[in-house]
Design a protein around this ligand. Structure first.
Ligand SMILES: C[S@@+](CC[C@H](N)C(=O)[O-])C[C@H]1O[C@@H](n2cnc3c(N)ncnc32)[C@H](O)[C@@H]1O
Ligand code: SF4
Length: 444
C-alpha cells in the first residue's frame, strides 16, 4: 500500500510542478498594450493595495525581485510618483483595508516611506500595513518612527550560518549570524509584528544547519517566521549555481518536514509562514486577497480575472505618471477555469477551504471546475474532506509549497520580459505582426 501511495505522491509532485510551469511559463497570454488601460473598482469587492519599492543598496545573487541600485534622487522622485499614483487610485473610487509594501528594501528612504504611508492612511480606510526590509534599516529608533503606521515588518535574514551568508553575498552587507541576531533582537517589540524571512534548501545546507537556523530564529523571539524554499527560476539558476554551488541531492521535502515538526506548536499562517499566535494579517499578498491593485514600477494587479502589469522601467513609469497616462503596459486574461484554479491554490496554500463559502464567494462550482484536481488531491492523500471543508494533509502542505514556488518562479518570466526594453519592443513587434496576420486572414 505504501508503495502505491509513494508512487501516486511522486506523480502528484511532478504533475503539480509541470502543470504550474506549463500554465505560467508556456501559456500565459500576455497582451502588450499601448492603450490607456484604467483600473476600475467594483463596489461589491474588497481589494488589497500593493505598493512596490524597487531599490536595494546591493543585489543578492539568488533574488529576482524587481529592483534597481539605490540612488537618492531617483528614489525620492519615485516615491513622489507613487504618491501621485495613489491619489489617482483614490480618484478612481478604490478603497483598501490592507496595504502591503514590497521590495526591494521598502525602508530604504525612511522619510519618503513615512510620508507615503501617512498619505495612504489619509486617503483610504487602511487598518493594517505590512512592509519588507533588510537588516540594515531596523534599528529601534528608526522603527519607532513607524509606530501606528507599520503593523508588520518582515526582515530578510535568509540564514544565520556565516558560510551561507558569505555565499549569498550578505555577510559583508548585513553582518554575521550573531550580528544579525543582535540587530533583530533589539527590533522585536517596537512594532506589533516582526517577522523573519529565512530560506531553506540551500545547496550543501545540512540538517544541522537548518535546525540551528530555526533555533537562532526562534531565539530572537519574533512574532512570525517565514521559511521560503530556495527558488531557482531558470533565469537565476546559473547565478545561484555560481555563488551558492550545486548539490546533487535535493533535501527540500525532508527539510520541509523538519520545519513543520519544529514549528508544530506554532500557528500556520500558510504552508511556509508560522506565527507564535494566530493573527489576521495578510502574509502573502497573492495568498490572502484574491483581488489586489498594485502601484509602482513593476507592480502586478489582479482584477476581475485579469493580471495587469505596470511599467517596469523607471523612466517609463515616471513619464506615464507625469503625462497622466495609465501605468499599465500589459495585461493577461485568465479564463474562468484558470481563475478558479488560481483562487483554489491560494486558499489551499492557506490551509483549508470551506467549500460552501468558497463557492458562494467566488461564484465557482468546485465539482464542475475543479473536480479532476480535487480527485487527484484526494487520491494522493494531499487533502481530506471533512464537514464541508477541504483540509491539507502534511503531504498536501508540501504540494502547496511546490505549487507556490513554481508560481513565483513562473512570474520571473514576466518580470524578465518587461525589465528588458529590447524584449518589450520585440514582443510588441510580434504582437503587431500577429494582429496583422489575423486581420489579413479575416479579410481573406
Ligand atoms: C523581496 S525580498 C525583500 C527582503 C529585503 N530586501 C532583504 O533582503 O532583507 C523578500 C524575501 O524574499 C525571499 N527571497 C528572495 N529571493 C528568493 C529566492 N530565490 N528563493 C527563496 N526566497 C527568496 C527572501 O527571504 C527575502 O527576504
Ligand atoms: S534579497 Fe532583498 S536586498 Fe537582496 S536583492 Fe532581493 S530585495 Fe534586494
Amino acid at each position: 500500500m505504501q508503495i502505491i501511495t509513494n508512487f501516486i505522491q511522486n506523480f502528484a509532485k511532478k504533475y503539480a510542478s509541470k502543470t504550474m510551469q506549463n500554465s505560467l511559463y508556456n501559456s500565459l497570454r500576455i497582451d502588450i498594450s499601448d492603450q490607456n488601460i484604467e483600473k476600475i473598482p467594483d463596489p461589491a469587492k474588497n481589494y488589497m493595495l500593493y505598493m512596490h519599492v524597487p531599490f536595494c543598496h546591493t543585489f543578492c545573487p539568488y533574488c529576482s525581485f524587481h529592483k534597481y541600485a539605490y540612488d537618492k534622487d531617483a528614489c525620492k522622485a519615485y516615491f513622489s510618483a507613487l504618491r501621485t499614483e495613489m491619489r489617482r487610485t483614490k480618484e478612481a473610487g478604490y478603497d483598501f483595508k490592507t496595504l502591503y509594501v514590497g521590495g526591494g528594501t521598502t525602508l530604504i528612504d525612511e522619510d519618503e516611506l513615512l510620508r507615503t504611508l501617512e498619505l495612504a492612511k489619509s486617503l483610504f480606510n487602511i487598518e493594517e500595513i505590512s512592509c519588507e526590509s533588510d537588516p540594515n534599516h531596523i534599528d529601534p529608533a528608526s522603527l519607532a518612527r513607524f509606530r501606528g503606521l507599520i503593523d508588520r515588518l518582515s526582515v530578510g535574514v535568509q540564514s544565520f550560518d556565516d558560510e551561507i551568508l558569505r555565499k549569498a553575498a550578505r555577510y559583508e552587507k548585513f553582518g554575521s549570524g550573531e550580528v544579525l541576531r543582535e540587530k533583530l533582537s533589539k527590533a522585536v517589540g517596537v512594532l506589533p509584528i516582526l517577522s523573519l524571512d529565512l530560506i531553506f534548501n540551500f545547496p550543501f545546507q545540512t540538517k544541522e544547519n537548518l535546525l540551528r537556523d530555526i533555533a537562532m530564529a526562534k531565539s530572537v523571539n519574533p512574532e512570525q517566521i517565514t521559511m521560503y524554499p530556495l527558488m531557482k527560476s531558470p533565469l537565476m539558476r546559473d547565478q545561484i549555481a555560481r555563488n551558492l554551488g550545486i548539490s546533487s541531492v535535493d533535501n527540500e521535502e525532508e527539510f520541509y518536514k523538519i520545519i513543520c515538526d519544529e514549528f508544530s506548536s506554532w500557528h500556520k499562517n500558510n504552508s511556509w509562514a508560522f506565527a507564535r499566535e494566530s493573527s489576521n494579517i495578510a502574509d502573502e499578498y497573492v495568498g490572502a486577497n484574491h483581488e489586489y491593485l498594485g502601484i509602482g514600477s513593476g507592480a502586478f494587479s489582479f482584477l476581475d480575472g485579469r493580471l495587469l502589469i505596470n511599467a517596469f522601467n523607471l523612466s517609463d513609469y515616471s513619464a506615464r505618471i507625469k503625462e497622466g497616462k495609465s501605468t499599465v503596459i500589459a495585461t493577461c486574461d485568465f479564463s474562468d477555469s484558470e481563475r478558479a484554479k488560481y483562487i483554489f491554490l491560494t486558499e489551499l496554500f492557506n490551509g483549508e477551504i470551506d467549500m460552501a463559502k468558497f463557492q458562494s464567494a467566488n461564484g465557482i462550482n468546485l465539482r464542475k471546475e475543479l473536480g479532476r484536481e480535487i480527485s487527484l488531491l484526494r487520491l494522493s492523500n494531499a487533502i481530506s474532506v471533512e464537514g464541508g471543508k477541504i483540509i491539507t494533509t502534511q503531504f498536501g502542505k508540501y504540494l502547496c509549497v511546490i505549487l507556490m514556488k513554481e508560481f513565483y518562479t513562473g512570474m520571473d518570466k514576466v518580470r524578465a520580459t518587461f525589465k528588458d526594453d529590447a524584449k518589450i519592443k520585440r514582443a510588441k513587434h510580434i504582437a503587431i505582426m500577429e494582429e496583422e496576420v489575423q486581420n489579413a486572414q479575416q479579410i481573406a
